[in-house]
Design a protein around this ligand. Sequence first.
Ligand SMILES: O=C(O)CCC(=O)C(=O)O
Length: 264
Amino acid sequence: MIPRMKSDESTDEMARALGEAGCLVVTNAFDAEVGAEISRAMRPHLDALPAEWIEKDDPDSFYPGYTRRAIAIIERAEAAWELVMHPISAVLCESHLGPNCERHQLHVTGALEVGPGARSQILHREEDPFPIFPLPRPNLIVASMWAISDFTAENGGTRLVPGSHRWSADRVHTPDEVVSATMPAGSVLYWLGGTLHGAGANVSATQRFGLILSYSVGWVRQEENQYLSITPETVAKLSEEMQALIGREAHDALGLFDPRIIQV
Ligand SMILES: O=C(O)CCC(=O)C(=O)O
C-alpha cells in the first residue's frame, strides 16, 4: 500500500511513512495555476521532439514509445522553481539523504507525458546507476513526481513496489506487489531511490502529465548535467540556496572552484 497524506500534515510523519513504505503520496501540494504554467512552458519542448522517437515502441527500450520527455526544467519552466524548492521535499531529503551527506543536490528534472498506447515502463530503481553498493543500498536518492494531470491506473500513473527499498538482490517482486500511484492533479508522489517503480501503461484516451524532480546525496554525479542545462543568465536569477541545490557549491572537498573566474 502507498501511504497518503495531506500537505498540511506533519512532515515528520511524512518522512517516517516514506522511510517505511519507500513511497508516499502527498495531496494538495501545489496550485493548478502552477501546473498550467509549467505545461505552457514545456509544451513547445515536448512538441518539438522528433515523431520517430515517439510514434514507435522498442519493447526492449527503457523508455516506452508514445511517451514525451523533456529535461532542463530550471531553464525552461520558471514556474517549477517553487516545486524544486518545495519545503516538503527539503524535509524529506534532509531526513533520508542528510545522514549520508553534507548537502543534497538536484539530480534530474523532467516533464513526462505518457500518451495513449504507451506500454508500462520496466520497473527499476533510481539508484541502479550505482551498482557498487549492494542491495539494499544506503539512501542516495529521493525522487518526486508532481501530478500536473490526474494520475490513474488507466492513464499511466506511476507503478511502485512498496517496501522494495529494503530488499536484497535475490528478492523478486510478484505481480500483486505492484501498486499504481493514483492521485489527483496537484498531488506529489515521493519515492526512495531503492524503491522499484516505473511509468504505467496508458490504456486511456488522455495524456498523463507529470514533472519528475529527484535529489541525490551531494557527492555523486548528478543524472542531469545542470551546468550544461542552465544558462548563466538563468543562474543569475536563482537564489543562493537554489544555486547550491543545482550543484554550484562545493560538497566538502568535491567541486572546488575559484569564484573569481565566473561570477554569477
Ligand atoms: O513516469 C513515471 O511515472 C516514472 C518515470 C521513471 O521512473 C523514469 O523516468 O525513470
